[in-house]
Design a protein around this ligand. Structure first.
Ligand code: NDP
Length: 482
């Protein structure tokens, strides 16, 4: 993750939103309860909308699109920059709401970091250019390639990085002259509604709309005849449903479907020097990250030292309620995810794997806290390795030769990210080139940057986000020939 400056708490003025005013703007007293995953307390209430409400939002977005698309690019750019200013002015209350609803701590690479990334991505998207180009000019033919808005873009997001991923989906679409309808995850609707409120304090009406609801609203959006492009981040199963429902309208899709990222540690590493990087590669957002390190392959020469160093780092990381400033790890966001992690760690333990740290949650404690867990001596076909845990449990598999590590890394049907760790950077790059993944990092894992394209291969999805490629993804190319 690129590292935007972590926002320090700001002194609020009557003009800057407070936590209470932000929440009041998005909460509906008659709506469904949204619970704090750390305590079980009610954070707020959200009125779930119906598929018919979604139809109305799409109709408004269609009506607003021609005027938005006709604005000068400089005007849209300016509005994105002003939206970034608005996010920064509301940064602390946005981070607090995100922390309470999603569970992630304010501190560390978590809630304040995520809000900072929203502003950073808005600014970077405003600064990225996608000019038309002359593709042939030979005296007879003059052909120009240019990019037009797609029309209305639908954005369906997950609950792990709800604000940041919404900005990833929305900012390029707006820049290219599309209007956008967002369907947040039912687990984290307040965060997205509050973010959209803040963005809409500068955007014209109906250019950006959020419609909270369940899977029925998501399904309506993905099959909607009034939606020209859908950008989705979530599970492979839902992505497959979206592909099917897009067929009738030949809807354009960008699908970011998560993965099961492998990391390969080569024998020439200094285990203590890489331990913290490995830890955050795997445990950022308490492991609930699409491109997190989810299975680690370590050469037998350094296996014991890497395991011991990682376990030491894991033991030292404070986990707890997000609003307590000392914490850097939080709860799982929901019970279903907690149960997936618990089942997979139990499967590893039952198969004889060694739990070096963690693996023993307190069943009587409130909240969905699962301790940071490092699992050694685990086989490559164990479910903790083969299935996506999406939580704070890292399996470490021993290997003897690099070819077998590459084969194990490539054997699954997903390929979002991967990483190679080694002191000889060129040797690490050579191994990286053999891995079937959209991004392979060297000596780090999971860092994204608004100018560097990001996307998966295999069942991790298709299409690119960020940078110039991200702008192209929410535009339609047009050739003017003559
Ligand atoms: P889903 O894929 O089910 O949900 C993602 C989004 O899709 C949500 O907004 C959801 O709405 C919406 N949705 C659900 N059904 C449909 C549909 N038929 N058509 C269109 N949209 C739909 O992920 P989950 O939240 O259930 O998480 C399940 C697993 O997915 C996790 O265990 C994890 O492995 C993975 N995941 C991956 C993420 C990533 O970053 N790539 C992020 C989150 C999860 P609603 O919430 O209302 O159901």
């Amino acid at each position: 993750m690129t590292t935007p400056t972590v926002t320090e708490p700001v002194t609020t003025t009557p003009e800057t939103p407070t936590y209470e005013s932000l929440l009041a703007g998005v909460t509906d007293p008659d709506g469904r309860e949204v619970l704090d995953p750390a305590t079980g307390e009610v954070v707020g209430r959200v009125a779930f909308r119906s598929p018919e409400d979604l139809d109305a939002a799409v109709a408004r977005a269609r009506a607003a699109q021609p005027a938005w698309g006709a604005r000068a690019d400089a005007e849209r750019t300016d509005l994105l920059l002003r939206a970034a200013d608005a996010v920064e002015a509301a940064a602390e209350p946005l981070a607090e709401l995100l922390s309470r609803e999603q569970g992630k701590p304010l501190n560390g690479p978590n809630a304040r970091f995520e809000v900072g990334a929203c502003a950073a991505w808005l600014r970077a998207t405003a600064a990225t250019e996608l000019p038309g180009e002359t593709v042939l000019d030979d005296g007879e033919t003059h052909a120009e390639l240019r990019y037009r808005p797609v029309g209305v873009v639908g954005a369906i997001g997950p609950w792990n990085w709800p604000m940041m991923i919404t900005v990833w989906q929305v900012a390029p679409a707006l820049r290219m002259g599309n209007t956008v309808v967002v369907k947040p995850s039912e687990y984290t609707p307040l965060s997205v509604l509050a973010l959209v409120e803040v963005l809409n304090s500068v955007l014209p009406a109906d250019v950006l709309t959020a419609v909270p609801g369940g899977g029925d609203v998501g399904a309506r959006l993905s099959g909607h005849a009034g939606v020209d492009k859908l950008v989705f981040t979530g599970s492979t199963a839902t992505g497959q449903a979206i592909i099917r429902s897009s067929a009738d309208t030949v809807k354009r899709l960008t699908l970011e479907l998560g993965g099961n990222d492998a990391g390969i540690v080569l024998p020439d590493v200094d285990p203590r020097a890489i331990a913290e990087g490995l830890f955050w590669g795997a445990f950022i957002n308490t492991g609930q990250t699409c491109a997190a390190l989810k299975r680690l392959y370590v050469h037998t020469d350094v296996y014991d030292e890497v395991c011991a160093a990682l376990a030491d780092v894991a033991r030292a990381m404070p986990m707890g309620r997000g609003l307590d400033e000392q914490n850097v790890l939080g709860p799982l966001q929901n019970r279903a995810q907690y149960e997936i992690v618990a089942r997979l760690v139990d499967a590893a333990r039952d198969a004889g794997a060694k739990i070096l740290v963690g693996g023993d949650p307190d069943p009587d404690a409130p909240g969905y806290f699962y301790p940071a867990t490092i699992v050694a001596d685990v086989d490559d076909d164990n479910p903790l390795v083969a299935e996506e845990q999406f939580g704070p449990a890292l399996p470490i598999v021993r290997y003897d030769d690099v070819d077998s590590a590459v084969a194990m890394a490539n054997r699954l049907d997903v390929g979002l990210g991967a990483s190679v760790w080694g002191s000889d950077r060129e040797a690490a790059r050579a191994v990286a080139a053999r891995l079937e993944a959209g991004t392979v990092w060297i000596n780090s894992h999971g860092g994204v940057h608004p100018m560097i394209p990001f996307g998966g291969v295999k069942k991790s999805g298709y299409g690119l986000e960020f940078g110039v490629e991200g702008l192209k993804a929410v535009a339609v190319p047009q050739v003017i020939n003559g």
